[in-house]
Design a protein around this ligand. Structure first.
Ligand code: ADP
Ligand code: MG
Length: 257
């Protein structure tokens, strides 16, 4: 969290906003992607999820916002259970912004139109209202001058910043990032991490899957290490890196650091 202003403090009073209990998910073919994963996230907390490929990180994020259904276990987002109620599911999807490795912007639309779209369709805003929000967000991600560009005219880092702005335009309470910088050329990773750090410092609740250990240490409050659908180790970010408890965690860190 590491707040940089007083306005963020009111909403960061230690309330639990994500509760996941005993999540189990087996895919057809028998892969057990999640095997009893539990997770609690407080408002304004930044939780970083790391682990080898195939350990269940993406599945966990997708189960938190209902993109994927669990076989067993419970997810509660901001007091709303992720159950069969379509109203609850919609509430959770709109309160939970997600940013993926691939940006998936609409190629035939400008940056402005891309960010306006869901605000008009889902939030039922007028074009003028949507545009006002979009311009504020473009300033926040440093892309004011790109409002009329099309995605193909932007670098990967710029496109990912547009994708972040598009997610923020829904005014989510939670942001989920799934390897948001993994597809970027190295020189563009920093500009996207900066936007994510700004969000973290501004009090956004975030669950971040990443291989960027510098980000994890600097912006993360807590780190969770997963393997084979399990949480192997979970600790405050500095403890996690300075004093990992599990042999498996030490091995993983020695391989990537
Ligand atoms: P990570 O994000 O940590 O790399 P994933 O959550 O993507 O891991 O995947 C966890 C396991 O579940 C892997 O073995 C993967 O192959 C499997 N898996 C993920 N999605 C599917 C799917 N849609 N169908 C079948 N198996 C899947
Ligand atoms: Mg993944």
């Amino acid at each position: 969290m590491k707040m940089n202003n007083l306005t963020s403090e009111a909403k960061c009073l230690g309330q639990e906003i994500i509760t996941a209990r005993g999540l189990t998910k087996t895919f057809p073919g028998g892969v057990r992607a999640l095997d009893g994963v539990s997770l609690s996230v407080q408002q304004c907390e930044v939780v970083v999820v790391i682990g080898p490929s195939g350990s269940g990180k993406s599945t966990l994020l997708r189960c938190l916002n209902g993109l994927e259904d669990v076989d067993e276990g419970a997810v509660i987002i901001n007091g709303t259970p992720l159950d069969d109620s379509s109203a609850n599911r919609l509430a959770i999807r709109t309160e939970t912004g997600m940013v993926f490795q691939s940006f998936n912007l609409f190629p035939h639309m400008t940056v402005l139109e891309n960010i306006n779209l869901a605000q008009r369709l889902v939030r039922k805003k007028s074009t003028a209202e949507a545009t006002e929000t979009t311009l504020e967000l473009l300033e926040r991600v440093g892309l004011t001058d790109k409002r009329d560009s099309r995605p193909a005219q932007l670098s990967g880092g710029q496109q990912q910043r547009v994708a972040i702005a598009r997610a923020l335009a829904m005014n989510p309470r939670i942001m989920l990032f799934d390897e948001a910088t993994s597809a970027l050329d190295p020189e563009m990773i920093g500009e996207v991490l900066e936007v994510m750090k700004d969000l973290a410092h501004g009090g956004m609740t975030m669950v971040v899957v990443t291989h960027e250990m510098g980000f994890a240490r600097e912006a993360g409050d807590r780190v969770i290490f997963m393997e084979d659908g399990h949480v192997v180790e979970e600790a405050p970010a500095n403890d996690f890196f300075d004093n990992p408890k599990q042999e498996r965690t030490r091995l993983f860190l020695s391989q990537i650091l």
